[in-house]
Structure formats: structure tokens, C-alpha cells
Design a binder for this molecule. Structure first.
Ligand code: NAP
Length: 507
């Protein structure tokens, strides 16, 4: 539990939203396991009867929590179809049923005479809110002033952020204030949303089940993965930059490590469309290091102050350390990932390894294997690219037609063929697998069609998840200077991937 706010001891506010009172009550009970501050989206209930039902239930059960009643009109982005008078009547009933706060949108508050809202809500306090689901306006101060003129107990600004810079502007509204709730919306705004409490926002919203605004983080993640209410000025901030990035398992991997080692550090997913926009936020957010994924692995090189020579030779950086004065230093741990995943199973020195593909991951794999003493053979659909990579690592180019006749100690797939959703595809045919071991760099699914074919021929297999874990663990150790809690990190990622596969199987 973090520092107390105007809303009580819990600053993470669970959002409960469902079409029926029964479902809302179930979500409320679930929310109370993690927080005692809960927003009830009464406008999500289908019809007046369900609203009455839920409020009667509240009157009887009186949960020990700070309840915020919201009955947002359609014109302000909610689902309530009634007029202002009906909306206010619902909110007054909610106060009688035990809600201590009412979220009243600016559009409604402005229609009341000065002091009208206060007398209407009685014991209830007004959280005057303003939303823009399309953009973040240039003049946020003007919005703040309008909200303050309504004289509620607190004010809330929620705007769609189309750049990281915008999300920092929204977050800054709460600095040094007790009564401001700042909500940067949208996927780009997610890191600022998680860090908002640290910046002084009185609340951070997180849905129990149903997202009610774009870019929301679930209650469990907000509380248990990001620990948003425990972050403070000393928290070291890390993250992954990419586009897309929402599917990334890196936040789970790294935060699990920080939690296991009880470190005051957090790792966030940054959706980055424009590298400059992110790099400008490194200093204001106090970012201490970040992972780099597609499409920025090559482009980031131009912005570095220094780079590990091997990463430079590979031509890609997936790990950046922010040193004193904001200087950026790049590494490539994909390289380490391939090496660690393979060297346990194959004596690399003097071995012959085929790499299929000649893109970024193939380059990291080729350099790793050559460094480990293997003779690297490259097969790619573009012969020129295969030749370029083979030359860079002193290896050979192999034509596809020769595969049936050649033997390798290991074959590594570094193409995306077979990756979810095209899980039935394989980059190579069974009879082309003349080797002792097959490694697929793909980890969604964990067992690809290629690995299945290899296993059927009695060939040892290695999933890309091994590389994913090893590259991430190497990053974690570079940043922290500590031994990573590998078992905890590994179990968290494997459990998440298994859960994903079960859900896909059920769909
Ligand atoms: P990339 O830079 O885009 O390279 C992809 C390579 O695959 C290129 O050589 C491309 O050929 C080739 N390719 C694409 N489609 C093909 C097809 N249908 N048939 C034959 N070749 C094809 O991507 P990357 O970053 O190297 O990633 C490659 C794979 O590795 C992805 O599945 C990625 O998820 C995986 N990966 C895993 C990890 C991990 O931690 N496990 C880390 C990084 C990457 P062209 O150049 O001719 O297009």
C-alpha cells in the first residue's frame, strides 16, 4: 500500500463495469481483494432496473471501500442514454447507497448553478472530469481552470495521447497537487499511466475485467506486475521500445526479476512510432535502460553514444544502458541468447550449423555461432543476403537443393515461417532435416511445426523461448549488475505462454 491520497489508502482505483448488477457485484468482490478504491460504472448497466438492483445490493452489503459512482453520458464518451436530470438522480441515489465520490463530467457540472453540485450530492463529493478520446489539446491548463471553477472535491483529466511527449504533459498536471487525477489514455500513454501515481496523480484507474478506456492496464497487472502504487522517485525505470509492443513478454520477464530480488525498479512497454519522441522522454522519466525490438534494432544505432563492438558488427542493438549524463550505450544480447540456448546441447567448436534466414536474428545467431567456433552455413531466399552474411562470419552459402544431401550438427530457423497465426507452416520439409538438433527462434507457438517434424524424426529440438529467456536474462544482468533470479523469470514466461496457447486452443 502506498502513500494515502484524497480517496483513501489505495491509490489504484479498480474499474467495475458490466451490463448486469450481478456481474458488477461479482467484479466488485474480485476488485476488493486487491484494492479498497473502486469506480462503479453505472452507465454500463443495461437499463434503470439494473442500476436500481446494484444500488439496492450496495445498500445491503455496504462494502468497506471508497466507492466512486460514474454514470457517464453518451456525449462524454459513456453509455448512459438519459438526460442530465436523470444522470444526477442516479448519482444522488448512489450517494445514499454508500458511494463517497461521484464522477461528474465537466459538461454536466457546467450546467449547474455555482454550488449546485455540492448541495445536490450532499455527503457525496464531486470528482469533476474531462475526457478527450481523440487527442490531447495544446492548452491543458485552460481545461484545468474550467474544471476547478466547478468547485468539486477533485478534478480529473483523461486525454488520448498520440505521442509520449503528450503523455508526459498530461502526467505533469498532477505534479505538486493532491486533488488532480491525470489519466494519459491510449497505448502510447501506458507507461505514463503506470507512472502517474509516482508523479503525484491522486488515482490510477485499472479495470477488473472490461476495459472502459483505451490503453488501460488490468487491475492485476497494475497492482502486481507494475506495482504502480509502490513506485517513487528512486524507482529505476526500464522498458521495451517497439511497434507493435503490446504482445511483448518482456515486461513480465523483467518485472518478475525485479519483484523476486525486491528491487525498486519497473519495466514498461513503450509503443514507439518515432524514436526521437521516446529518446526525448528518457531524461524526464529517468529511464535507466531499455530493450529494443522491431522495427528499431538497426535505427537505434544512430542515436547511441557508444556501442559494444560485436553489436556494431552484427549491425543491431537490442539492449541500451543509459549512463551518467543520459549517454546511451548499446549491446546485443540476442547473440548471447542463441549462444546460451545452443552451447548446452552442441559442442560448437568444429561443428557445422545451418542458419535459415539472413535478417536481424539470423545475423545475431551467425555471429554467435562463429564466435563459438562453429562453421556457419547460410540459406536464405535472397542469395545476395545469404552471401553477405556468410562473408561477414567467414561461413558458406548453401543452396536449398543441397539440403537433402548435407548433414549439419544443428539447423537454426531464423525466418518467421511457422509463427502464430500461421502455425501449420514449416520453413523446411522433414527430409531436409539431416541434423542432430533443430532450433527454431520462433517462440509463439513454443512448439512449432518445424520442431514437431524434427521430433518425429528423433531429432533433438530447442524452442525460441530458450533464446528469448537467455537474451532477456542477459539484459537484466547488464542493467542490475546482479545474478538474475532465473527460475522465477523462466516460470513466469512459460506459464504465460502456456496460458496463451490454452486460450487459443479453446477459441
Ligand atoms: P527479419 O529481420 O525480418 O528477418 C527475417 C528473415 O526471414 C529474412 O531473411 C527474410 O527474408 C526471411 N523470410 C521471411 N519470410 C520468409 C519466407 N516465407 N521464406 C523464407 N524466408 C523468409 O526478422 P528477425 O528479427 O530476424 O526475426 C526472425 C524470426 O526470429 C522471427 O520469427 C522472430 O520472432 C524470431 N526472433 C526470436 C527471438 C527470440 O528471442 N526467440 C529474437 C529475435 C527474433 P527476406 O530478407 O528476403 O525478406
Amino acid at each position: 500500500m502506498g502513500r494515502e491520497s484524497l480517496f483513501g489508502p489505495d491509490r489504484i482505483c479498480a474499474v467495475v463495469a458490466a451490463p448486469t448488477a450481478k456481474e458488477m457485484a461479482r467484479q466488485l468482490r474480485r476488485a476488493l481483494r486487491l484494492t479498497r478504491t473502486v469506480e462503479l460504472r453505472l452507465d454500463w448497466l443495461k437499463g434503470k432496473r439494473e442500476i436500481v438492483r446494484l444500488l439496492s445490493w450496495l445498500r445491503v452489503h455496504r462494502p468497506r471501500a471508497t466507492l466512486i459512482a460514474t454514470c457517464r453520458c453518451r456525449s462524454a464518451g459513456g453509455k448512459f442514454s438519459g438526460g442530465v436530470a436523470e444522470q444526477l438522480a442516479v448519482l444522488m441515489t448512489a450517494v445514499a447507497a454508500g458511494c463517497t465520490w461521484c464522477d461528474v463530467e465537466l459538461e454536466t457540472a457546467q450546467r449547474l448553478r455555482p454550488g449546485g453540485l455540492r448541495s445536490m450530492l450532499g455527503r457525496g463529493r464531486g470528482l469533476i472530469s474531462w475526457h478527450d478520446f481523440g487527442r490531447t489539446p495544446a492548452n491543458l491548463r485552460a481545461v484545468l481552470n474550467k474544471l476547478e471553477r466547478c468547485r468539486g472535491g477533485a478534478i480529473k483529466v483523461a486525454t488520448q495521447c498520440n505521442s509520449i511527449r503528450e503523455s508526459l504533459r498530461v502526467q505533469a498536471l498532477a505534479r505538486g497537487r493532491r486533488n488532480v487525477v491525470a489519466v494519459p489514455m491510449g497505448e502510447i500513454g501506458l507507461p505514463a499511466r503506470v507512472l502517474a501515481l509516482r508523479q503525484g496523480s491522486a488515482l490510477a484507474y485499472a479495470p477488473v475485467e472490461q476495459a472502459t478506456a483505451p490503453g488501460q492496464v488490468s487491475l492485476e497487472e497494475m497492482k502486481q506486475l507494475y506495482r504502480a502504487d509502490e513506485l517513487d522517485r528512486r524507482t529505476r525505470v526500464y522498458g521495451v521500445i517497439g511497434n507493435p509492443v503490446s504482445h511483448s513478454l518482456s515486461p513480465l520477464l523483467h518485472n518478475t526479476g525485479f519483484i523476486a530480488r525486491r528491487m525498486n525498479a519497473v519495466y514498461l512497454p513503450f509503443l514507439v512510432r518515432d524514436l526521437r519522441d521516446f529518446l526525448d522522454a528518457v531524461r524526464p522519466l529517468g529511464i535507466a535502460g531499455f530493450s529494443v525490438t522491431l522495427p528499431h534494432k538497426q535505427a537505434i544505432l544512430r542515436h547511441l553514444d557508444g556501442c559494444d563492438p560485436l553489436a556494431e558488427a552484427i549491425g543491431a542493438v537490442n539492449t541500451v544502458v543509459v549512463r551518467g549524463g543520459g549517454k546511451l550505450y548499446g549491446y546485443n544480447t540476442d547473440y548471447v541468447g542463441v549462444l546460451r540456448a545452443l552451447e548446452r546441447r552442441v559442442a560448437l567448436r568444429g561443428s557445422r550449423v545451418l542458419i535459415f534466414g539472413a535478417g536481424g536474428a539470423a545475423r545475431a545467431a551467425a555471429f554467435a555461432l562463429a564466435q563459438g567456433g562453429a562453421l556457419v552455413a547460410v540459406l536464405a531466399r535472397s542469395e545476395a543476403k545469404a552471401r553477405g552474411l556468410a562473408r561477414a562470419v567467414g561461413g558458406e552459402v548453401i543452396e536449398r537443393g543441397r539440403l537433402r544431401r548435407e548433414f549439419f550438427d544443428a539447423i537454426v530457423n531464423a525466418t518467421p515461417v511457422g509463427m502464430f497465426p500461421q502455425v501449420r507452416r514449416s520453413p523446411l520439409r522433414a527430409e531436409e532435416l539431416n541434423c542432430r538438433l533443430v532450433m527454431d527462434l520462433i517462440y509463439r507457438p513454443m512448439k512449432t511445426e518445424l520442431l514437431r517434424r524434427a521430433a518425429q524424426r528423433g531429432i533433438e529440438t530447442v524452442s525460441g523461448v530458450e533464446m528469448f529467456l537467455a537474451q532477456g536474462i542477459a539484459q537484466w544482468e547488464i542493467w542490475s549488475g546482479l545474478r538474475a533470479p532465473e527460475t522465477a523469470m523462466r516460470s513466469a514466461v512459460l506459464a504465460a505462454l502456456r496460458r496463451e496457447e490454452r486460450l487459443r486452443g479453446a477459441a
